[in-house]
Design a protein around this ligand. Structure first.
Ligand SMILES: Cc1ncc(COP(=O)(O)O)c(C=O)c1O
Length: 398
């Protein structure tokens, strides 16, 4: 039966698929590909968290359906995290809900609050669910260029001025995937004031809250008092505790938004497996030196990568946070565009990166390099890239 499903038609083919297919073919041919293409943490989850899971899974009482909005102990643990990290007090009954990873929360909140045709403002480039969560929900997505060094608030004001109907929500993501840009509280204050004045909901994605490398930990938008009128924030265990496969995140903030997400989730899921939730609570309530270690690991990788590539002739701004470097394509290759450059790097340097255009049109001209290989492999990649650059400098124009 030939049928074009309305929602599926709105989902373009995955831009990364082409590079992924080449990567798979190269590996099948026996090549050793150094893979910086994905954002999948490569470190194991800290042992005490795994131990808690194992202990809890032995209890048959933990085997039934769990609680869609998250067990009380985990919501309390998230409240305690917000209190100690941001000095923000939340009511674990009404102001936070546990999600099956923040991706699920973002997608389901989009579908909970969208009337088809609503205009939603989404940064571009962005992590794909920011855009496609709302596309799937039937919204009209308007992109706001979120380009390092450019004024995002001016772009937001322009977008609101020129949108009809008036936008009903905006997505924010600092520290950003893919650009690694960070923001300060003053930025959030300005956005909150603007969005309150224009009746715009804010969905803030703080997945990289704990992956930062300087003395200024990323703030929470919920530190802005008035944000509670309009904002919800998504946090995640995936990167903070290397728990990406466990699928635990949180939405916290405005009661009406949390209520909407909790309601829609109550129809869709029974919550994460209880032992996973118990272990996640142990992670949040337990010793935090594992988080320091994870942070230090990414920082060391970042430094090896950025310094090594600078020596190879590729200058990349050092990311202040996240597990990614957002790398402008070297001038000599700029005309290729990010997809062709990524393919060339894979073919000639055996290094896989994510083409910037895969994160939106304003990502063109960049590639995203994930800090998901160990230092030894990063050094190998740097050597390969050095040779690649040298060959092209000496050789033909592309
Ligand atoms: C900005 C951002 N938000 C959300 C997610 C999804 O995280 P989770 O594993 O909590 O669904 C990611 C994952 O890479 C991300 O980069």
């Amino acid at each position: 039966m030939e049928q074009e499903f309305h929602r599926i038609k709105r989902l373009p083919p995955y831009v990364f698929a082409e590079v992924n297919a080449m990567k798979a073919a190269a590996r099948a041919a026996g090549e050793d590909i150094i893979d910086f293409g994905m954002g999948n943490p490569d470190s194991p989850t800290p042992q005490h968290i795994v131990d808690k899971l194992v202990e809890t899974v032995k209890n048959p009482k933990a085997h039934g359906y769990s609680v869609s909005r998250g067990i009380k102990g985990l919501r309390n643990a998230n409240a305690a995290y917000y209190e100690r990290r941001f000095g923000v007090t939340i009511d674990p009954e009404t102001e936070t809900v546990v999600t099956l990873g923040s991706k699920e929360g973002l997608a389901n909140l989009a579908s909970a609050i969208t009337t088809p045709g609503d205009v939603i403002l989404v940064p571009n480039p962005s992590y794909p669910i920011h855009h496609f969560g709302f596309m799937i929900a039937g919204a009209s997505v308007r992109n706001i260029p979120a380009i390092p060094g450019e004024d995002m608030i001016e772009a937001l004001k322009r977008a609101v001025q020129h949108s009809l109907p008036k936008p009903s929500a905006i997505v924010l993501n600092y520290p950003s995937n893919p650009t690694a840009c960070v923001c300060d509280l003053g930025f959030y204050e300005e956005i909150v004031d603007f969005c309150r004045a224009h009746g715009i909901w804010i969905l803030s994605d703080l997945a990289y809250a704990e992956i930062y490398f300087d003395d200024n930990p990323p703030p929470s938008i919920l530190q802005v008092k008035n944000a509670w009128d309009v904002a919800v924030e998504f946090t995640s265990m995936s990167k903070t505790y290397s728990m990406a496969g466990w699928r635990i995140g949180y939405a916290t903030g405005n009661k009406q938004l949390i209520g909407a997400l909790t309601r829609i989730k109550s129809y869709l899921d029974y919550g994460a497996f209880t032992p996973v939730q118990v272990a996640a609570a142990a992670a949040l309530n337990g010793p935090q030196d594992c988080v320091d270690e994870i942070r230090a690991l990414y920082k060391q990788r970042r430094d090896v990568l950025i310094e090594g590539l600078a020596q190879a002739g590729w200058d990349i701004p050092s990311p202040p946070a996240t597990m990614f470097a957002w790398a402008p394509i070297p001038e000599k290759f700029a005309h290729l565009g990010s997809l062709e450059f990524s393919k060339l790097l894979l073919k000639e340097a055996q290094v896989a990166v994510a083409p910037g255009v895969g994160f939106g049109e304003h990502g063109e001209g960049y590639v995203r390099i994930g800090l998901v290989e160990n230092v030894h492999r990063i050094r190998q990649a740097v050597r390969n890239i050095k040779t690649f650059m040298r060959n092209h400098n000496a050789g033909e124009a592309l």
